[in-house]
Design a protein. Structure first.
Lengths: 115, 109
């Protein structure tokens, strides 16, 4: 069964450093997402991406964050100047279309620890 | 904010059916009900979705009331590996999925 894959599975970074989280969405999917989950809290929407541009973003997704689809397969989340409160699990997701019956499929996540 | 309300936790005996309720009284006509689960801190795993008819797949059954204001996810024979947080999500065309706190299901031996 096709799946969303994410790398790295775990990254530890110094506060103030830049981090790039990578994702390979399911191959025929057109819509891409990043969510995050701080330990013990709920899964939160960050951003959605379609046709090489952001289609929606949450209040969390400020100028510190950016997303990119640098080639036909990868989808990345960049966090500039990381803060302690950025420590969380980051989930990438993809969807074939946004028709109401289309399901969003999630990757296993990248656990980011900022020290 | 999530458009659904779920009990925060439930217990179920191993081998018995687990029935997880969800209220979505403000659901609109073109919105589907989706169910996901999350085991530990793994990525949310898709279980099932439906619009108004009851649905069944290899993992679970979804029962949606006739007025569509509530639904129940049924795991017919719960195992210890079904212990997880279960999320009920309402989503329509072009909408991103909004997660609530979900129901923490504990399957007990």
């Amino acid at each position: 069964e096709p799946e969303v894959t994410q790398t790295p599975s775990h990254q530890v970074t110094q506060m103030g450093q830049e981090v790039i989280l990578r994702c390979v969405p399911i191959s025929n999917h057109l819509y891409f997402y990043w969510y995050r989950q701080i330990l013990g809290q709920k899964v939160e929407f960050l951003v959605s991406f379609y046709n090489n541009e952001i289609s929606e973003k949450s209040e969390i997704f400020d100028d510190q964050f950016s997303v990119e689809r640098p080639d036909g397969s990868n989808f990345t989340l960049k966090i500039r100047s990381t803060k302690l409160e950025d420590s969380a699990m980051y989930f990438c997701a993809s969807r074939a279309g946004t028709g109401a019956g289309n399901t969003i499929y999630f990757g296993e996540g990248s656990w980011l620890t900022v020290v | 904010d999530a458009k659904t309300t779920q009990p925060p936790s439930m217990d179920c005996a191993e081998g018995r059916a687990a029935n997880l309720p969800c209220n979505h009284s403000t659901i609109s006509g073109n919105e589907y009900v989706y169910w996901y689960r999350q085991i530990h801190s793994q990525g949310p795993q898709y279980i099932i979705h439906g619009l108004k008819n009851n649905e069944t797949n290899e993992m679970a059954s979804l029962i949606i009331t006739e007025d569509r204001k509530s639904s129940t996810l049924i795991l017919p024979h719960a195992t210890l590996r079904d212990t997880a947080v279960y999320y009920c999500i309402v989503g329509g065309y072009g909408q991103n999925f909004v997660f609530g706190p979900g129901t923490r299901l504990s399957v007990l031996p």
